[in-house]
Design a protein around this ligand. Sequence first.
Ligand SMILES: C[S@@+](CC[C@H](N)C(=O)[O-])C[C@H]1O[C@@H](n2cnc3c(N)ncnc32)[C@H](O)[C@@H]1O
Length: 289
Amino acid sequence: MVVEVLAGLNIRPGRLYVDGTVGEGGHAVAILDRLMQGGELIGLDRNPAVLPKAADRLAPYTSRFRLFHCSFSQMGEVLGAIQVQEVAGILLDLGLSLYLLEQSGRGFSFQLDEPLDMRFNPDEPGPTAADLLNTLSQFDLETIFRDFGEEPRARRLARLVVETRRRRPFHTTQDLVEVIHQALGPRRAKSRIHPATRIFQALRIAVNRELDELEKFLSHAPAWLESQGRLVVLSYHSLEDRLVKQRFLEWDRAGVMRRLTKKPLTPSDAEVKRNPRARAAKLRIAEKT
Ligand SMILES: C[S@@+](CC[C@H](N)C(=O)[O-])C[C@H]1O[C@@H](n2cnc3c(N)ncnc32)[C@H](O)[C@@H]1O
């Protein structure tokens, strides 16, 4: 949804924008293309491995971008450190990058056989996905599978995880896939989505405390924007979208930010055909009043 993202950010030449989830720099390149001389992009990412890739991709824009390894919830600290008070626009693209899925070796894909890590930032001390599976109570696992994975048979899966780990702890993605198959079957008759997709997503959200990070960000974001500055958030999970929707509504009512999308924008059929991973995308835009 690059076109919608760029329109949402309302790129104004010469201004300063933040891509809070810069990844390998796809959106960042498109933003820099539209910023004239004097404009600058600040890119943040929690995954240190993608920043050199983004730097390579953005190299033609030489001095017009700066990249930082941190969470978007720490945007205030970054802006403070580089003595910037306000920016003209902020983008968050909350999806999973292809790098994390296919190249990171950290167990984000149920189709590969890798250690079950799932931390966006492997330098953070927090527990890995395997740690959660091996130590959380059955109740907590069920909550994660149900709330973050929207899995109706969450209890059955959590019970089987706890039974299995008594015999052998979880280490790899395929250890988990085996138990998902046992508990939920390979695929539900009417669903095109493999049940492992949702369970892996649920664990990833829990490992990285993704909803907490988003809440922290949202509680400060208006302060980082100049008047008429835009906030654009692309989310792929109903709980993330709900947080954004509620916060936008509160801001709108309080006169802090104006919602420019009462209903989220979604990708066209053609885009979903080209990129099936975009199917759940929801784009919301707000403008500082
Ligand atoms: C869908 S990708 C972004 C792709 C990027 N917009 C592009 O066009 O290339 C999402 C990125 O967000 C990063 N990420 C996830 N949570 C983050 C957080 N709390 N702070 C900063 N980056 C985060 C991931 O590491 C990943 O690189």
